[in-house]
Ligand binder design. Structure first.
Ligand code: BES
Ligand code: MN
Ligand code: ZN
Length: 493
């Protein structure tokens, strides 16, 4: 797939398929679009009339033009009201256009979209992201590839966006990261093991000039990571503690740590996940680690002036004669003791030691991403991640990054009084509290392992996976979190 930032407009572009993005206020046709209608002998207006096209978001229409004309097919994509148009609306519009062109077996697509807030750079980036992510198909585990004929969409020209080549490169780097995260999440747990996550980190380091250290079980033992290793003890697969580091060429403006929950499979342990609890989906429980590795792949290419540490305590939560028992007491690497009253609250045990490790690096901020609680899905549904922090500036910066990136977060309270429910008679704390407010107590548990560094916890249990095609997402892993992380890091570089 080749992207071109073209100086052509919808009147001058020639190729297989021209798709125009229309807001609800672009009708009746005026200016360039009225001229286009004249150029195609009124067929544009006919298409609008026949399909009752109003510009409603996500609506599409397409018509075949007369043989011998400058474009073979003319399509429309609705963008909703022009006042409500967002960057993500453009991303979804480009996705719809790319899907339409592919379905109609077009080889080249000329995309004519409005410019968002007089910002051609962000517009070009969003359009390219939407198209690339929509066209990504993951057929690795299908024995035969279902192709709809031989025709391939191999050129997308962004009209009226001459000079935006840098934005196209940015989009490609970010999408490389999102696609890596999607494929890591979609692959089953018999393929993506802790060792494969570690190898992925080593590959990113080799490909993009980062450094990577993988700590083996014994090294983690030496660091006192009893909480993490408690989760690891029943699996036949060895745990791999991943520490990947990006250092910019000059002096870094900041030092950051991104920590991802890396449970390649979560059986629940002896508190085993029962039928109906979604045990068969627990390959997605490394979605945080996948996002962190995806961000590393993008950041390794974009090279911001920020030092970034990518960390995951990768492990599998299994059962065996060696399994952690409910009631066992573990000691984390900061010396705190944890009574494990539920072995299915394993993510926070692994994150405890990962957060202690991150803070010891002396970073300016830590963000963790974790498919941590079903309770967060109950609270916010499948499409919105929970955001927990006591640090207002960090909340503001991440919220802004998420808005630009088109990922949805909702801030939930760190209600300190709920930590009462985690009190243990025998240890410093239990690992689970009562059912109500389960995402909040999980966040409060993590907080015990961050002493003074500004820190945000993102509970991404819902949005890492989708069953439905929607916008630029395809069924499967979504790569959620990568775009926000990369946008936030770049905003500091
Ligand atoms: N990995 C799960 C959370 C999860 C649920 C992720 C659904 C993705 C989709 C986590 O380890 C877990 O089991 N959490 C428990 C916590 C409980 C034992 C306090 C939960 O949410 O039920
Ligand atoms: Mn669990
Ligand atoms: Zn889990």
């Amino acid at each position: 797939m080749e992207f071109l930032a073209s100086e052509k407009n919808c009147l001058t572009w020639t190729g297989d398929c021209l798709v125009i993005g229309l807001t609800e206020d672009s009708l009746p046709l005026t200016g360039e679009l009225a001229d286009l209608n004249t150029q195609v002998s009124g067929l544009l207006q006919e298409l609008i009339d026949e399909t009752e096209f109003t510009g409603k978001a996500d609506s599409t229409a397409m018509i075949r033009l007369a043989p011998g004309t400058a474009v073979r097919k003319l399509g429309l994509v609705g963008l909703g009201g022009s006042q409500a148009l967002t960057l993500d609306g453009l991303r979804r519009g480009a996705a719809a256009a790319a899907r339409l062109a592919k379905k109609e077996k077009c080889t080249s697509l000329g995309l004519g979209m409005p410019v968002f807030q007089d910002n051609p750079a962000l517009t070009a980036q969003a359009l390219a992201e939407g198209a690339i992510l929509a066209l990504h198909q993951d057929t690795r585990f299908k024995s035969e590839e279902k192709t709809n004929g031989k025709v391939n969409l191999d050129q997308i020209h962004l009209l009226n966006l001459a000079g935006q080549e840098a934005s196209l490169q940015t989009a490609q780097a970010i999408c490389d990261g999102v696609i890596l995260a999607r494929e890591l999440v979609s692959a089953p747990a018999n393929i993506v093991t802790p060792e494969v996550l570690a190898q992925t980190a080593l590959d990113i380091a080799a490909d993009h000039g980062l450094t990577c250290e993988i700590l083996e079980r014994e090294q983690c033992q030496a660091l006192g990571m009893g909480a993490y290793l408690g989760v690891a003890q029943a699996s036949d697969l060895p745990p791999k503690f991943i520490h990947l580091t990006y250092r910019p060429a000059g002096n870094p403006t900041r030092k950051l740590a991104l920590v991802g929950k890396g449970l390649t499979f979560d059986s629940g342990g002896l508190n085993i996940k029962v039928a109906g609890s979604g045990i068969e989906m627990m390959k997605v429980d490394m979605g945080g680690a996948a996002a962190v590795l995806g961000a590393a792949k993008a950041i390794g290419q974009l090279k911001p002036a920020v030092e970034v540490h990518f960390i995951s305590a990768a492990v599998e939560n299994m059962i065996s004669g060696k399994a952690l028992r409910p009631g066992d007491i573990l000691t984390a690497s900061n010396g705190k003791t944890i009574e494990v009253n539920n072995t299915d609250a394993e993510g926070r045990l692994t994150l405890a030691d990962a957060l202690v490790f991150a803070e010891k690096l002396g970073v300016d901020a830590i963000i963790d991403l974790a498919t941590l609680t079903g309770a967060c899905i109950v609270a916010l549904g499948d499409d919105i991640a929970g955001l927990f922090t006591d640090h207002e500036d960090l909340a503001t910066a991440l919220t802004a990054a998420a808005e630009t990136a088109g990922e949805k977060f909702w801030r939930l309270p760190m209600e300190e009084s709920y930590f009462e429910g985690m009190k243990s008679i025998v240890a410093d704390m239990k690992n689970t509290g009562p059912r109500p407010g389960g995402s909040i107590t999980a966040a409060l548990f993590l907080k015990q392992f961050v002493e003074h560094t500004p820190w945000v916890h993102l509970d991404v249990a819902g949005p890492v996976w989708t069953e439905q095609e929607s916008g630029y997402n395809n069924p499967g892993g979504t790569g959620f979190g990568v775009r926000t992380l990369v946008e936030w890091v770049r905003s500091l570089g």
